[in-house]
Design a protein around this ligand. Structure first.
Ligand SMILES: [Zn+2]
Length: 281
């Protein structure tokens, strides 16, 4: 049967590391009908280096390898997105070539948000705390995320000052607590080395007519809405459309710089990798 290609009209995107010259642990890619944004899950600036002890490849390699595998596997529209992700996770696990400890709780992992346009529908899949915002023409866009990681009960920073010894200690503990809960039945699913996580993703579909514009983003690129409260979700869509995804990131950096000690908005990192794809259908 002949396959009709119905391309997403336009995809523009930006992916920036926390600081210039630092390796980007997010990834953004698109094919004719599919867009993927991955957010590499480091344990924070304090404990990032620990990944090297269990995987010789590192997080930036992981997101690149998983991202390209996702686009390849997603090229067949007959394969549902959870199967696409499961295949990509399995392929990436073999790409470590037996050199790394994939059962270690801190094996490289990533949040996933992907969107694929088919003949009649727009399919989506979200795993862990990335965001999908879809303008369906109504007053409030459809906002989809997977907040299972955010709902875990883990240590709080309390009154620890950003960057202090106490803060660093709590950050290390938080990172350890979160990584221990990865892909556990009582924890939260994330793309790492176990393909079964793909079947616990938030996945579904919208009708083609529902999707007018969409944003796929790692959580570092939606800070203007949450937690900074500078824009609504509709405002974020409008800014990405009128000034481009780069402007979203540049305004995010501006607000982050206005709160350099993370006092007004408590956060693990003052700056975070920020990746955003804007799609126009
Ligand atoms: Zn490895």
């Amino acid at each position: 049967m002949a396959r009709v290609r119905l391309n997403i009209v336009k995809v523009t995107g930006v992916s920036t590391p926390t600081r210039p010259f630092k390796e980007n642990e997010d990834w953004l890619g698109s094919g004719p009908d599919m867009v993927v944004v991955l957010g590499g899950c480091g344990a924070g600036d304090v404990v990032d280096r620990q990944v090297d002890q269990h995987c010789v490849h590192g997080l930036a390699w992981y997101v690149r390898t998983l991202g390209t595998a996702l686009l390849r596997s997603g090229a067949d529209p007959a394969t549902p997105l959870p199967d696409v992700l499961a295949t990509a996770v399995a392929e990436t696990a073999s790409a470590h070539q037996g050199r790394c400890d994939l059962r270690h709780p801190e094996t490289p992992a990533a949040t996933v948000v992907s969107l694929r346009q088919n003949r009649e529908t727009v399919e989506y899949l979200i795993l862990s705390d990335s965001m999908l915002v879809v303008d369906d023409g109504s007053e409030e866009p459809i906002v989809l995320t997977d907040d299972r990681a955010a709902r875990l009960s883990i240590d709080d920073y309390g009154d620890a000052e950003y960057g202090s010894a106490k803060f660093t200690e709590i950050a290390g503990r938080r990172a350890e607590q979160i990584s221990r809960m990865r892909n556990r039945p009582d924890g939260f699913p994330i793309a790492a080395s176990d393909p079964r996580a793909a079947y616990r993703a938030v996945a579904g579909q919208l009708s083609r007519s529902q999707a007018r514009r969409a944003i796929l983003a790692s959580d570092g690129a939606t800070r203007l809405v949450e937690p900074f409260g500078q824009l609504t979700w509709l405002g974020l869509l409008n800014l990405a459309e009128s000034h481009g995804p780069e402007e979203v990131v540049s305004r995010t950096r501006e607000v982050e710089r206005s709160d350099p000690m993370a006092v007004r908005w408590r956060r693990d990192r003052v700056h975070d990798d920020a990746t955003l794809a804007f799609c126009q259908f």
